[in-house]
Design a protein around this ligand. Sequence first.
Ligand code: NAP
Length: 300
Amino acid sequence: MADPLYVLLGATGHVGGGIAARLLDQKRRVRVVGRSAERLASLAARGAEVATGSLEDPAFAARALAGAGAAFLLIPPQVTAPSFRAYQAGVVDALARAVEAARPGHVVTLSSIGAQLAAGNGPIAALHEMEQRLAAVKGVSVLHLRPGFFMENHLGSVGMVKQMGILGSAIRADLPMQTIATRDIAEVGARRLAALDFQGQGALELMGPRDVTMAEVARALGRAIGKPDLPYVQFPYDQARQGMIGAGLRPDMADLYVEMSRGFNEGIVRPTQPRSPATTTPTTIERFAEEVFAPAFRAA
Ligand SMILES: NC(=O)c1ccc[n+]([C@@H]2O[C@H](COP(=O)([O-])OP(=O)(O)OC[C@H]3O[C@@H](n4cnc5c(N)ncnc54)[C@H](OP(=O)(O)O)[C@@H]3O)[C@@H](O)[C@H]2O)c1
């Protein structure tokens, strides 16, 4: 079989970028997709074809996927959309139509733990919708990667740690959570795309090396930045919402994040697969703290 064309969305981001780098290392045919040619230039210099535009534009999504033998799909985060749900629904529709038209043999998506649920999971509901829409496309094998909470989310707390001397969110301090480094998601995505070893519809939850609580996360991050007593504080939902709005999130998005936090706290958003070699990934929170969080903290 000829080497397929791999179309990779979010190719300047955490997961898509990691997949792009790995497939380019293997000299695969790659088309990278994002909104800025400048941000994609280093991948173009490595031989990738480039498609620039917004996935909010269905015509662009169709052009981006045209000719794909395999594809990596995600719903990019978007903090400025007037309605986050409407933005997500628009991207899901554009992606589903583009996949229907291009019919790549294989698709890997970036979904999430909790995507088995249609509601009560905040922004993850759109990933449920994405999974459902792609299941309706005939003749395309789809593997939904369902990672847990990204360790990189904590990079958004550098300012809080610096200014307030705490790590905090609406999530319970003592809740064991599947917490994963995005490099490990990229590793699995690239491996499965290279092997094209999946058929039909499937989902794979990705959980990090062990479940960790937010209290443990604060200890690991704190140790890496020389503040071993960094406390974790659970904010009441309303206070968390106000804090997010104060940080620039639109109210509807803050509401969705509060709903997701409640979903985690109440055990609604939870894994459906057992821990196994397939669902366990290597990077520990301690390693992430040393290699990613601490340098970002020092640079801020
Ligand atoms: N955070 C979590 O804990 C978590 C857990 C499970 C699943 N997820 C899923 O993971 C996603 C984030 O993945 P990530 O961290 O790899 O993302 P990321 O690092 O924020 O990267 C987003 C990518 O999408 C591109 N992009 C943004 N808006 C776009 C648009 N309108 N049209 C085309 N491309 C666009 C960006 O490139 P340009 O800016 O250059 O266009 C960038 O390459 C979330 O949206 C969620 O669905 C997140």
